[in-house]
Write a protein that binds this ligand. Structure first.
Ligand code: HEM
Length: 435
């Protein structure tokens, strides 16, 4: 038998420091350029992730996602640096499998049906004072809707705790997602430094989560509650043990950090795209008056494909060697599956640059090439929740507003640290419907 030898994909011949700075400053454009030049995989040396293989081909992505999780685990470092050691992002192998078994049921189709009403209420509340006839950003309103939805549906918060979490979280998430892409310093540099502020907000957050848990456990209708916190409190691991309070706090924060900005950014892009595609918008507006959602679902799929808010799913090679297509990647390497490049795969999506929701009408997307939620054992826990939330938000808005179309060029990309948003905030002009 042949012994395996390391065989890496091509690497650009530019100095490490330059690779790092172009990647940090302009990640999307850099990857696009390298993908055009080197094809389906290439090797980079990056800040934070070190020696890294970037994958831009659906078949290779599938191989990464379906690899044995003990051989190819979670990317290092990852968001657990800011979310805490109890976050699912911090877990690998058997610990990760155990946690996923506990975390998945609350996000199944049947459980999330209960949240539709919360989503509609929050959308109506947020849009009640939308201005008519003047341009405004949709991104911030979408951020407030998705935050409030998670706080109510996932944290089970209401009253004073809901209000305080609403105030505490947005500046904290903004700061943390900026810091998440920087190296962690050894100390916090005092309470006025960004790391010191993050630590202070964390203390207030932990106290609030403690109150939420105490209230939930004392609630006479605890057994019937449908929020994710109550479900987490009621469930146990296979050995009968329960999640610790610290782990619950870290995990709720993880669900919020992973689910709030991503969903809002996708919705912001939906408005940006639809206002520039009159035909698609027209058909969608007519459909919203019915109980159908085939076109709305196709539109959501196409928005996620063309304006992908999370551009990478990352893994770390733990096995001594990992065979990936024609290459052999050594232990310690990072692998970044470039979701946005794979979404441009012309074999899977003819005329990939075109925004065309019709391509998904009556057609299920190719699960190897349509991967906005990543794949394999680490695929997004909240995918069905996010899909349902986007569907209900869009439906509610289309039922109450007419969105004006524009001939102005598309908004540019803006990196908020983790998610990519439309640079001008997905600006639109609306009129309230009279019927
Ligand atoms: C449009 C909205 C969303 C997008 C685009 C998105 C995208 C992603 C991606 C790309 C990953 C990494 C998957 C991988 O490594 O293979 C992920 C993981 C995750 N997402 Fe989402 N997500 C969204 C909404 C949500 C929501 C609403 C929640 C929960 C409320 C959520 C919770 C999570 C969690 C907990 C993980 C980590 C899973 C693990 O490591 O096992 N996400 N998401």
């Amino acid at each position: 038998m042949d012994t395996l030898r390391v065989k890496l994909p091509p690497a650009p011949r530019i100095p490490k420091a330059l690779q790092g700075s172009v990647f940090t400053l302009s990640r999307r454009r850099t990857i696009e350029k390298f993908a055009r030049r080197y094809g389906k995989a290439f090797t980079l040396d990056l800040p934070l992730f070190g020696r890294t293989v970037v994958v831009t081909d659906p078949r290779l992505a599938k191989q990464v996602f379906t690899a044995n999780p003990d051989a190819v685990g979670n990317i290092q470092p990852n968001l657990s640096r800011v979310l805490g050691p109890g976050s699912v992002f911090a877990l690998d192998g058997a610990d990760h499998r155990r946690r996923r078994r506990l975390l998945t049921p609350p996000f199944h189709g049947k459980s999330i049906k209960n949240y539709e009403q919360i989503i509609e209420e929050e959308t109506l509340h947020e849009t009640a004072d939308w201005p008519e006839g003047e341009e405004f950003e949709t991104l911030e309103p979408m951020m407030r809707i998705t935050l409030n939805v998670i706080l109510r549906a996932v944290f089970g918060a209401d009253g004073a705790e809901l209000d305080e979490l609403r105030r505490l979280i947005p500046p904290w998430v903004t700061l943390s997602s900026r810091l998440a892409v920087l190296p962690t310093p050894k100390r916090t540099y005092g309470r006025y430094s960004p790391w010191g502020q993050v630590a202070e907000k964390r203390r207030r957050y932990d106290a609030l989560v403690d109150t939420l848990i105490n209230d939930a456990e004392a609630d006479p209708s605890f057994d019937d509650r449908t929020d994710v916190l109550a479900m987490m409190l009621r469930s146990t691991y296979e050995d009968g043990s329960a999640m610790s309070r610290q782990d619950i706090g870290d995990e709720l924060l993880t669900l919020l950090a992973a689910g709030h900005e991503t969903t809002a950014s996708t919705l912001g892009w939906a408005f940006e795209r639809l206002s520039r595609h009159p035909e698609a918008l027209d058909a969608l507006a007519s459909e919203a008056d019915t109980d159908d959602n085939e076109l709305r679902q196709a539109t959501i799929l196409e928005v996620q494909r063309t304006t992908t808010v999370i551009d990478f799913a990352g893994r770390h090679v733990y096995a001594p060697l990992f065979e990936l297509g024609e290459w052999v990647i050594p232990q310690g390497y990072s692998i970044l599956v470039s979701i946005s490049e794979i979404h441009r795969d012309a074999a899977a999506f003819p005329d990939p640059g075109k925004f065309d929701p019709q391509r998904f009408v009556g057609v299920r997307p190719d699960t190897n090439a349509w991967i906005p939620f990543g794949g394999g054992t680490r695929r997004c826990v909240g995918a069905a929740f996010a899909n349902m939330e986007m569907d209900v938000v869009l439906r509610t808005i289309l039922r109450h507003f007419i969105i004006e179309t524009t001939t102005s060029s598309g908004e540019k990309w803006h990196s908020r640290g983790v998610a990519f948003t439309p640079k001008n905030g997905g600006r639109i002009v609306v009129h309230r419907r009279t019927t």
